[in-house]
Ligand binder design. Structure first.
Ligand code: NAP
Length: 337
């Protein structure tokens, strides 16, 4: 099968930052499905791994990365029960396994959902990784209470990004929260409004703009950009007994004490935890993806796909990485095979 990977961690502009090659088509066993891939999307994790996995060394065989995928089940392992040959599926894969930058991929059926029927493969490829992250952040980490949280506010940092774009919709339509998203450019501000944000504030003047909008304090914060950079501000603007969830990270230890007086809860969200540790509830990702699919088919949620590149080529993969690395992405960039 054809695959695209890398042997060295090179800047994306270098000719060999990605190389096309042939490798053996895998065979499924156990819980695995063999999926013929029809479309993928690129996420920041893709370039972060590309930049680090082969630093100061040359790999013997190219590393295949890529996580979001949509495709058709071509064969199934002996312990599978959820899917059959011919089913159309979508998933975000497993960080510890070979990725979706290939014609075929093995994936554990417990982290796979049915592709939403009303979406084409490009529209569907935008959803799994960011959708799982946003859903788990809101409903598994913050545990937004659908009955009692109705007047509560959530601040979503980087509202127009891949995760923010679906988190705005889930927080508004499913969580019934008042959604305050951040964006700094006319096009990203408009994108957040179109996704359903009640208020959009500029992250570069965050406290000032929140105050102007009458939201000096918020009940919940979803950090989709820079935990370290926003830590002190978040501690200031979170309400007593509020909840902060971060999907990013910090290069240095953070002072948790600043949350103590207000009894604020802090949670991490890593959407790969369930697959990485094969947690007892790993199949919750199958359920969440199916739930997202139903909400997309019902028209409650809309795809976050913004750009589609046609063709599984080195050139398109490089373009998608370049866009993602710019930090200026709006919604998702998808590659249709
Ligand atoms: N833990 C997990 O499971 C998980 C899952 C998915 C992603 N992530 C991580 O979460 C982060 C976001 O991912 P993503 O796909 O949503 O990113 P993305 O699509 O690249 O986000 C782009 C957006 O970030 C905004 N932005 C740039 N600088 C900002 C700043 N200083 N403050 C606030 N917003 C800023 C930009 O808005 P403007 O152009 O309007 O400024 C842009 O629209 C990445 O670090 C990614 O690796 C983690």
């Amino acid at each position: 099968m054809k695959a695209i990977g890398f042997k060295e961690s090179l800047p994306i502009s270098e000719p060999n930052s990605f190389i096309e090659f042939e490798t053996e088509k895998p065979t499924p066993s156990g819980h695995d499905l063999l999926v013929k891939i029809a479309a993928i999307s690129v996420n920041p994790i893709d370039y972060k791994i590309r930049q680090k996995a082969a630093q100061d060394k040359v790999l013997d065989t190219p590393k295949i990365i890529g996580w979001d995928a949509v495709g058709t089940v071509e064969a199934v392992g002996d312990k599978t029960s959820r899917f059959k040959v011919g089913d159309e599926v979508f998933y975000a894969g497993d960080l510890t396994r070979s990725g979706s930058n290939a014609e075929y991929q093995l994936v554990d059926e417990r982290i796979v959902g049915n592709k939403p029927k009303s979406l084409n493969v490009a529209e569907a490829a935008a959803i799994p990784l960011t959708g799982l992250t946003a859903y788990e952040s809101l409903f598994d980490r913050i545990r937004v209470n659908l009955k009692t949280d109705q007047r509560k506010t959530i601040l979503i940092l980087a509202g127009a990004g891949g995760v923010g774009s679906i988190a705005i919709q889930l927080a508004k339509k499913i969580g019934n929260l008042t959604v305050i998203a951040t964006a700094s450019r006319p096009e990203s501000i408009q994108w957040c409004k179109d996704r359903g944000a009640d208020v959009v504030v500029n992250h570069y003047k965050l406290k000032e703009e929140l105050k102007k909008a009458g939201h000096q304090e918020v009940d919940y914060i979803l950090d989709c950009v820079d935990l370290e950079g926003y830590w002190d501000t978040m501690a200031e603007i979170i309400k007593p007994q509020g909840h902060i969830v971060s999907i990013t990270g910090s290069s240095k230890p953070l002072n948790l004490d600043v949350l103590k007086t207000k009894s604020v809860t802090f949670s991490w969200e890593l959407m790969y935890t369930r697959s990485m540790f094969t947690t007892d509830d790993i199949a919750r990702q199958h359920d969440i993806l199916n739930k997202l699919g139903d909400l997309l088919d019902a028209g409650t949620l809309h795809t976050t796909r913004n750009t589609t590149l046609e063709g599984f080529t080195v050139s398109n993969l490089k373009k998608a990485h370049e866009m993602q690395e710019s930090g200026k992405s709006i919604g998702k960039t998808v590659i249709r095979f």
